[in-house]
Design a protein around this ligand. Structure first.
Ligand SMILES: *Cc1c(COP(=O)(O)O)cnc(C)c1O
Length: 410
């Protein structure tokens, strides 16, 4: 038989979400009467909005006509959509030909890892969205979990804790690193300030490193002082790639559409433009995003679409506010629980001092039939934290909040 790819064998088996499902299913089986509510998974729940739906329909209709039919499109996306993203979302800070349309940010992150190969040193915020680390292990840029340690070998984990306001110590960034940075952050809900991003860009330039900036939640930023893109920071065009997505702003988690920006100034050590290799790579292993999805994405960026995006993200932000409010109940205060995030991000990050993440997970499941996400699943520094997601129907969120507010967590 063929040998198993050792890089994939290096992944530790306990992947977060299957373990959550396992525990949830076991509880449901033992307590069939329990009405379990999930505040656990980062998946959108509300329907697509009307103007975006009309954008999708338009393309479907067009494809059904002899004049309007099209097959494979440009692998890097439709010109109209790239133009619109450049103008509307980046105010020209990146040009249309520096925007590459994709089937989503997670998929692009996987392909970006392919672009940098296995000889790169990876630095991540800890905790972090799992694909940064797991994808690095799959490609061989990181090794197996170190013995006695809690992380993979070859990954520079940069703890983001309450003590450092969820912004890492940049001194940890080594030379020639690939730095994953997510703001607004999943899972902590923290949003980096302009000064913090200026420091990040300065450090990346100093260390001849490249930042992969994940801005999947930028549409949740309400504070006008907070940057929505890394390109708002001078110097970033020489050191940063930005990946983003239509999943969280307009509920395209199932429709699938995202993009990556690679400025023309960004080069490898030998002077080759990173964008040149990216074009080569995506034209080889990716055949372009769905034309229907692109038409919907385009609609979301005109005036009506932007208003819909705003109200949809407002809805989830209101859920986040309700969750925060519930977690301010006396029993949480008594247990010393502290809350972070949830104001410019759809996640509330709660610290339960003296308890392990999975312990709190079990407690919330058993006593209030609420599923959450254990912080430890996002990296060693997530231990003792719980992530509450605001993606849910209002009535369900309200019911979960009522149960949480009544919970005795001692
Ligand atoms: C949801 C999410 C994405 C989006 O991924 P898609 O593949 O575009 O659906 C990207 N980054 C983070 C941190 C996310 O939470």
């Amino acid at each position: 038989m063929l040998k198993r790819n050792p890089c994939i064998a290096h992944l530790s088996s306990g992947y977060l979400f299957p373990e959550i499902s396992r525990r949830r299913a076991a509880f449901a089986k033992a307590h069939p009467e329990a009405k379990i509510i999930s505040l656990g998974i980062g998946n959108t729940t509300e329907p697509l909005t009307p103007h975006v739906v009309s954008g999708l329909h338009e393309e479907v209709t067009r494809l059904g006509t002899a004049e309007g039919y099209s097959g494979y499109g440009d692998e890097t996306g439709s010109t109209a959509l790239r133009d619109k993203i450049s103008k509307v979302l980046y105010k020209g800070m990146v040009s249309a030909d520096e925007v590459y349309i994709s089937d989503g940010a997670k998929c692009d992150i996987g392909r970006l890892q392919y672009l940098f190969g296995r000889d790169v040193t990876v630095a991540v915020q800890d905790p972090a969205y799992p694909v940064y680390v797991d994808g690095s292990v799959m490609i061989g840029a990181a090794g197996p979990v170190t013995e006695g340690g809690s992380g993979y070998s070859g990954i520079v984990y940069m703890p983001c804790t309450a003590e450092n306001n969820f912004f890492p110590d940049l001194a940890a960034i080594p030379k020639n690193a690939l730095i994953y940075f997510c703001s607004p952050n999943n899972p902590t809900g923290a949003v980096a300030t302009r000064e913090q991003l200026e420091a990040l860009v300065a450090r990346a330039i100093e260390q001849e490193s490249i930042i992969i900036f994940d801005s999947a939640y930028s549409s949740y930023i309400r504070d006008p002082q907070l940057p929505r893109s890394i390109y708002e920071i001078p110097g970033s065009r020489t050191c940063a790639i930005e990946v983003s997505s239509f999943s969280k702003p307009i509920g395209f988690t199932g429709v699938r559409l995202g993009w990556t920006c690679i400025p023309s100034e960004l080069t490898f050590a030998d002077g080759t433009a990173v964008g040149k290799d990216w074009s080569r790579l995506v034209t080889t292993i990716f055949n372009g995003a769905s034309n229907i999805a692109q038409s919907g994405g385009l609609a979301s960026l005109d005036e009506k679409g932007l208003a819909e995006t705003r109200s949809l993200t407002d809805y989830y932000l209101e859920n986040a506010r309700l969750i925060r409010e519930a977690l301010c109940a006396p029993s949480f205060a008594k247990a010393g629980v502290t809350l972070y995030g949830g104001d410019n991000a759809p996640y509330v990050w709660a610290r339960f001092p003296g308890k392990k993440s999975w312990q709190i997970f079990d407690l919330l499941l058993e006593r209030s039939h609420v599923v959450c996400t254990p912080g430890a699943g996002f990296g060693p520094a997530g231990e003792s934290f719980i992530r509450f997601s605001s993606f849910g129907h209002r009535a369900q969120i309200q019911e979960a909040c009522e149960r949480l507010a009544k919970l005795d967590i001692d």
